[in-house]
Design a protein around this ligand. Structure first.
Ligand code: PLP
Length: 384
């Protein structure tokens, strides 16, 4: 089957020669029956682990009742999910989409409409916000942009973790600033502890909205429910997706009450947005996160993981992260280590060419981290 991929699929992904066909908790199996420890978790999606029984049951129960009905009507579990999001986040009201990029699109449209400011969306170099045109235009990396110009107008790109650069760029025409609390795709880049607070103050001074893109950092990934909580700020709009559905595709913006009035009927929509099946999966996976204390586990085991990775100090130029969002920067390209790991039963990812990224399910235990570390030890012994 894999051999037909080139014939029938557009060649947009650098796919590895592997088909994952089954997953349980921290583990996945390939089509040959080989078992792997999964430290990618669908790119930060399977936060509660693969096929958690409670999430599976919620989807099974819902799929028999109603899969889809459209937003022309009320969807009871969509309201329930929105209430749950308002309880666990600093924001109040939700709009549901189907992906991270779609949530970014919704956030940018709302900021434009609410502020009535036609220019001025400030975003950051080395950021990543998705591949649709608005989200792509917000992405400050030339390698993703260059072949697709002209982009959506109005964006300006300033260095990350540099408040002075924002102060120079911002003015009374600036609709919004969009920021990742920790840059993910860009290589797990943590800003200064006071950076987000600084951005919050600057955007307040200019009545510009602050959009925090928590698509990757949300739902316990960084050891808090959302990364903005760690930095003690409240965004005007939050973008979420990846971990929200526990593996089922769903995205959302969560908005502060006062800015929610920007959208009126007809302004924005998504046919599939917040459909009953996606909402059932998201509600179940958020409940599992809380019941099984996976956010706390992410913080504790994440610290342990980073402390253990330090034994590779000579190989890694830098080891950084928060919770279970961890990046190890090498001097060289790291794609080959992804292959070496796969051969030894470990799934990891290489981002920004030189950063090995670890995004395991938030249920991972210290003993399992020890196994990951011993696999890495073998790789570095054998392959260097
Ligand atoms: C992955 C990601 C996106 C895009 O999400 P998609 O679901 O792939 O559209 C947006 N923002 C951040 C921070 C991400 O990590």
């Amino acid at each position: 089957m894999i051999s037909k991929a080139d014939k029938f699929l557009l060649n947009t992904y650098r796919r590895q020669n592997l088909a994952i066909v089954r997953g349980r908790g921290l583990y996945v199996w390939d089509s040959e029956g080989k078992k792997y420890i999964d430290c990618v978790a669908g790119l930060g999606v399977n936060n509660v682990g693969h096929c958690h029984p409670k999430v599976v049951k919620a989807i099974e129960d819902q799929v028999r009742e109603l899969m889809h009905c459209s937003n022309l009507y009320h969807i009871p579990n969509q309201i329930e999910l929105a209430e749950l999001l308002s309880e666990i986040s600093p924001c109040d009201k939700a709009f549901f989409a189907n992906s991270g990029a779609e949530s970014v699109e919704a956030a940018l449209k709302l900021a434009r409409k609410f502020t009535k400011r036609e220019e001025g969306i400030i975003t950051f170099l080395n950021s990543f916000h998705g591949r649709t045109y608005g989200a792509l235009s917000a992405t400050g990396q030339e390698k993703f942009l260059h072949a697709f110009k002209p982009l959506v107008p109005g964006f300006s790109y300033v260095p990350y973790d540099d408040l002075e650069a924002v102060k120079e760029e911002i003015n009374k025409k600036t609709a919004c600033v969009i920021v990742e609390p920790i840059q993910g795709e860009g290589g797990v880049i943590l800003p200064d502890e006071d950076y987000l607070k600084g951005l919050r103050e600057i955007t307040n001074d200019y009545d510009s909205l602050l959009i925090v893109d928590e698509v990757q950092t949300g739902f316990g990934r960084t050891g808090d429910m959302f990364a903005c909580m760690h930095y003690h700020i409240e965004p005007d709009i939050m973008c979420v997706a990846k971990g929200l559905g526990g593996g089922f595709p769903i995205g959302a913006i969560i908005v502060k009450e006062e800015f929610s009035k920007g959208f009126e009927p007809g302004d924005h929509a998504a046919t599939f947005g917040g459909n009953p099946l996606a909402c059932a999966s998201a509600i179940a996976s958020i409940r599992v996160l809380m019941e099984e204390k996976m956010v706390e586990n992410s913080r504790e085991v994440g610290e342990y993981f980073i402390s253990k990775l330090k034994k590779f100090n000579e190989i890694f130029k830098d080891i950084r992260g928060k919770g279970l969002m961890i990046g190890c920067e090498l001097e060289e390209e790291c794609h080959k280590y992804v292959e070496f790991a796969r051969e030894r039963g470990l799934i990891i990812n290489c981002t920004a060419d030189k950063v090995l990224r670890f995004l395991p399910p938030l249920s991972i235990q210290k003993e399992e981290v020890n196994i990951v570390i011993s696999i890495l030890e073998k790789i570095f012994e054998d392959e260097r």
